[in-house]
Design a protein around this ligand. Structure first.
Ligand SMILES: Cc1cc2nc3c(=O)[nH]c(=O)nc-3n(C[C@H](O)[C@H](O)[C@H](O)COP(=O)(O)O)c2cc1C
Length: 171
């Protein structure tokens, strides 16, 4: 099974989460091939101004310009899309990725990280943009990702990776 994990991360929380999902998936089975790709948002999202404008763009469901995507998205059996929750929905870069590659995504799973709430809105937006319902979803709180907590971070990632391997591996 070939899995692409494509994510956007402004401050590293979703990056850490998606890298950990990739590591666990690879460790589960030699037949699982995982490629990880960070989605680049060409809009400057740094600082307080970037935060405010980002929240507004997310709320208004505005797409953004993303950097070139190296992966052959259509060649993967499963595409896992990772996003931070912004304004109770997904961030603009993963939204744009899904819109651009919707035709090439048959099976998807979603990962969200957040401060406190809004993952349901983010997953709904990603599903609409990709045109597919996810096989599985994983939500982690930023504080748990940063704490490396066994129960709320490592254990949840392991559970999610196993769910993906079972659901997508069986074809
Ligand atoms: C513009 C903006 C809007 C946000 N809106 C929400 C929100 O609606 N709900 C929430 O729980 N966290 C919200 N957050 C917090 C992020 O979801 C959280 O910090 C996330 O884990 C950051 O992931 P990253 O480091 O991969 O960018 C927001 C952050 C930003 C920058």
């Amino acid at each position: 099974m070939r899995v692409l994990i494509a994510y956007y991360s402004r401050t590293g929380v979703t990056r850490k989460t998606c890298s950990a999902v990739a590591d666990v998936l690879r460790s589960l089975d030699d037949s699982i091939e995982v490629q990880v790709e960070e989605i680049e948002d060409r809009t400057d999202r740094s600082g307080a101004r970037g935060y405010l404008a980002g929240g507004k763009d997310a709320m208004l469901r505005r797409p953004t310009e993303i950097g070139p995507v190296e992966a052959e998205v259509g060649s993967f059996d499963l595409v896992v899309i990772g996003t931070p929750v912004w304004a109770w929905t997904c961030a603009p870069a993963p939204r744009t990725f899904c819109e651009q590659f919707a035709q090439q995504i048959d099976r998807a799973a979603f990962v969200a990280t957040m401060g406190g709430s809004g993952d349901r809105g983010a997953f709904k937006a990603l599903a609409e943009c990709c045109g597919v319902e996810p096989l599985a979803t994983l939500t982690l709180l930023e504080k748990h990702v940063k704490s490396d907590d066994e129960e709320n971070y490592r254990g949840r990632i392991e559970e999610f990776a196993r769910e993906l391997a079972t659901k997508a591996g069986g074809q």
